[in-house]
Design a protein around this ligand. Structure first.
Ligand code: MG
Length: 383
């Protein structure tokens, strides 16, 4: 089997509500889909949920956009992959890394499409190419963006009633507001729900973060995600509070995880398919995290059903990714039964992901296990 053709499709999905976090300057859902065709008629799909304002600590990795994804894939990566075996994923990563430095989101989109194509050709789910299924039910952490506290409380009540067991709150702009938000959500959700806060590097100093976290501890936080920017500042926070600290913006590559461990800058790693450059490399990030004793969840950028399917195969196949995952419950229009894990009012896939009592169930169909709705792909195309 050989790769015959690769195309990129920029899309925009409509959102269920505005989903905002500190530092986000662009709507979610304006992403690029990639389609890999092989000479035996197999088609693999991947996604680059690129954000221009998402680039690691101190702009270490730069932002990407649907347009940079298209340029890097169409003009540089696709020519280096055409004619090669889509199952040779490790070798293809080495070829991509020689062709252009960086651009992990463009490479991740191709990586997902390769796993999809390889899995379909071999008749196995992508997780079987990633070490096998460790868990089929992925616990969903429902993310509540920056919004009025009353609205956040209302959404928390509803998703708890729909079975959600972990609620993630976006914060990082005003510490007093975040403490009040956590107090109100704990009051509304009761003791059985886990609460996490993601500051997206927003607190202006380690001391601001430390004081805010200490004030929240009365209401029990499962962890605080990326309170500040940079490993030294993260370490100051992580060694000063009882609450575990998660590294997200600070944790892209296997080397980042090693540095985090050496500096004691976090207790938990936010594992992505995209930050390291795809599923293949995410497995190495997870391996380093496991080796140095850091727990993980699978986090993401509110992908469409395509990229989200890849996230689910990562969570399914990675033992150390045991915490509630910020994976959507990808659902096409007209099929939603509630709002738990739902951020878009439509999706690019034919069937909704199965959701049961706070868990999304990973498909056992070949490849990424999704059927892409090609009419929806045309409808939401933006170029
Ligand atoms: Mg985060």
């Amino acid at each position: 089997m050989k790769i015959q053709k690769i195309e990129t499709i920029p899309i925009r999905l409509p959102t269920r509500r505005v989903h905002q976090w500190s530092s986000l300057t662009t709507p979610i859902g304006v992403y690029a889909i990639v389609r890999v065709y092989t000479d035996d008629g197999t088609i693999g799909y991947g996604e680059s949920p690129a954000l221009k304002d998402w680039g690691g600590d101190y702009m270490k990795y730069y932002g990407e956009t649907p347009q940079t994804t298209s340029h890097i894939i169409n003009d540089i990566l696709a020519p280096s992959l055409i004619g090669r075996d889509p199952c040779a994923i490790g070798e293809l990563h080495a070829i991509m890394d020689r062709a252009v430095k960086g651009y992990p989101y463009a490479k991740a989109a191709l990586d997902m499409a390769l796993y999809d194509a390889a899995g379909k050709a071999l008749g196995v789910p992508a997780y079987d190419l990633l070490g096998g299924c460790y868990r089929r039910r992925i616990p969903v952490a429902h993310s509540i963006g920056l919004m009025e506290i009353d609205k956040a409380v209302e959404e928390a009540r509803q998703v708890k009633a729909e079975g959600i067991k972990t609620i993630k709150l976006k914060g990082g702009q005003k510490p007093e507001r975040d403490v009040e938000l956590v107090r109100r959500i704990r009051d509304a959700a009761g003791p059985d729900v886990e609460i996490t806060v993601d500051a997206n590097q927003g607190y202006d100093s380690p001391k601001t973060a430390i004081n805010a976290i200490r004030a929240m501890e009365e209401y029990r936080l499962l962890f605080m995600e990326q309170p500040v920017e940079g490993l030294d500042a993260m370490a100051q926070v992580a060694t000063s509070v009882k609450t575990p600290i998660m590294a997200d913006e600070s944790a892209w590559t296997p080397q980042d995880i090693y540095d985090i461990a050496r500096k004691k800058a976090a207790d938990i790693i936010s594992l992505y398919t995209t930050k390291p450059g795809g599923l293949y490399k995410a497995k190495t990030v997870a391996a380093v995290a496991e080796a140095v004793g850091l727990r993980c969840n699978v986090n993401g950028s509110v992908e469409t059903g395509v990229g989200n399917a890849a996230n689910l195969h990562l969570a399914a196949s990675t033992a150390v990714a045991s915490l509630g995952c910020v994976v959507p419950v990808s659902t096409p229009a007209g099929k939603a039964k509630g709002i738990a894990g739902i951020y878009y009012s439509d999706d690019l896939i034919v069937d909704a992901f199965a959701y049961e009592d706070g868990y999304v169930i990973v498909s056992d169909k070949p490849g990424l296990g999704i059927e892409v709705d090609v009419e929806k792909l045309k409808h939401y195309r933006i170029d």
